[in-house]
Design a protein around this ligand. Structure first.
Ligand code: PLP
Length: 473
């Protein structure tokens, strides 16, 4: 039976919350729908008569009707007032409302209990961003502000300028000659490693990784359905002779093996390239901190070897050189894999925003990045020296590995020591460090990974005294 067009006589009750009156009127109507006192097809009283019945002025009632209509609870019919829309009762019972409920004065959530911060943080992955020249940093971002951002939602930032600038930077600094068209700007090494298996047809295939090695690489490949094979590393890094049969790719950190710090000698680099040529395998070179080296002549990236451009995928990052929070890295792909990599990166949204790309390009072209690199290298060299001296003094007989390059060293511990427990003791003594065994898959290695990038020379002695105390039997 058709419902009467006459306005229904529903006694609406306003709650006494401190919410604005229009919300309380709308809530009362939704409440009546929820309980079935109002139903689809019902005509609501005129705003004037409802205002009179509720003893309020007409304005909030008009606003409430508008709110209810905008949310789809009511339909306005010219000449016959507001009518409850079909399905409005179901929506009300499902908990739909016309506005965000007032939460009153919200107490901020009590902060998570955090363990007492250690006085000194020597865990890897923390360059000293306070070494950045603030004026140069500001200038780079001001330069970004000179251009308005692009407005095409479907347009992926191409970073044409940055790729050209980076190609030059890689040629000068790492000996890597790459066509800017083969270079991709990506939001970090970790993220880009996840894209490589799909892009290069490695899903379900065998990929060899260094053991101990970069945990994020293991996780990324395993998550993408790659069969990962640990290859133990020695003082020269990964030995190509130990690559398993059938491996379709190998992930390596030849400049500064992560985390042990070995620099892969040229003989092994050449052997690795030969393996790639002979088997058609791919070498995935992670040059994460290749820019930092001390006391030794620079060893160019593996990708700089003649012929490597067809077999080596080179990955570099701004995370150590500048700041990990920027989330900028770059991938130089062999030309024949370029299109496949582009498709995968874009389909996964692994792109870097235009503004960050412009700022980085400005830092490179203005010379600010080179100046920062020189300043940071000098500082890190001095900090490394202070740490090595303090270890010699307070931990006589201890061996440090990986001191030639990068931003961290490894303090080896005997095989029967639980390095996680030692790391906990160090933490309790005020120094955060990483246990070496956390990076191992099958090999048995014990030790502490110590990043000195943020350890001022004046604090090295204190840090090592604390370590020595934690290491004492
Ligand atoms: C081996 C290795 N590769 C890459 C990175 C940097 O990764 P991202 O660019 O994702 O910060 C790190 C950082 O600690 C690393 O240790």
């Amino acid at each position: 039976m058709a419902r009467s067009p006459r306005a229904v006589d529903v006694p609406l009750v306003l709650d006494d919350s401190p919410a604005p009156l229009r919300h309380r009127v709308a809530d009362a109507v939704v409440g009546a729908l929820r309980t079935g006192r109002l139903r689809p097809g019902d005509t609501l009283p005129s705003t004037r008569s409802l205002a009179a019945a509720l003893g309020v002025s007409r304005g909030p009632v008009v606003a409430a009707y508008d709110e209810l209509a905008a949310a789809g609870f009511l339909r306005s019919r010219a000449g016959s007032g507001a009518v409850v829309a079909p399905g409005a009762d179901t929506a009300a019972r499902a908990g739909a409302a016309t506005h965000v409920p007032e939460t009153g004065r919200v107490r901020p959530p009590s902060p998570e209990p955090v363990p007492a911060a250690p006085r000194l943080d020597l865990r890897p992955g923390r360059p000293d961003t306070s070494l950045l020249d603030r004026a140069a940093w500001r200038r780079a971002w001001r330069a970004v502000g000179d251009a308005l951002p692009g407005n095409d939602a479907g347009e992926v930032p191409r970073h044409t300028h940055l790729r050209r600038v980076l190609a030059d930077h890689l040629r000068r600094g790492r000996g890597v000659v790459v066509d800017p068209d083969d270079l991709f700007v990506v939001p970090g090494v970790g993220a880009s490693l996840r894209a490589l298996p799909e892009a290069f047809g490695l899903v379900g295939a065998s990929v060899a990784l260094e053991d101990p090695g970069y945990v994020e690489a293991w996780t990324a490949f395993a998550a993408e359905g790659v069969r990962t094979h640990p290859v133990p590393v020695d003082a020269d890094g990964l030995d190509p002779a130990l690559l398993p049969d059938g491996a379709r790719a190998v992930y390596v950190t030849p400049s500064h093996q992560y985390p042990l710090g070995a620099r892969m000698p040229v003989t092994r680099r050449v052997a690795l390239l030969e393996w790639a040529r002979d088997t058609g395998g791919l070498v995935l070179e992670d040059d994460y901190d290749g820019e930092f080296r001390y006391d030794v002549s620079p060893l160019p990236a593996l990708r700089s070897l003649p012929g490597a451009e067809d077999h080596v995928v080179y990955v570099g990052t701004a995370s150590k050189l500048l700041a990990p929070s920027l989330r900028v890295a770059w991938v130089a792909a062999p030309a024949h894999l370029r299109d496949a990599l582009r498709v995968t990166l874009e389909s996964r949204g692994l792109v870097v925003n235009e503004a960050t790309g412009l700022a980085l390009a400005e830092l490179v072209t203005s010379g600010a990045l080179a100046a920062h690199h020189a300043r940071a290298s000098r500082t890190y060299a001095a900090r490394r020296g202070a740490l090595v001296t303090a270890v010699a003094e307070h931990l006589p007989g201890a061996t440090l590995e990986g001191v030639d390059a990068g931003l961290h060293v490894v303090l080896r511990l005997p095989d029967d020591v639980d390095d996680h427990e030692v790391a906990d003791r160090c933490h309790a003594a005020g120094v955060a460090v990483s246990p070496l065994s956390a990076y191992a898959v099958r090999t048995s290695v014990r030790g502490l990974v110590l990043c000195y990038a943020g350890l001022p020379e004046t604090a090295a002695d204190d840090a090592v005294r604390r370590l020595a105390r934690a290491l004492a039997p």
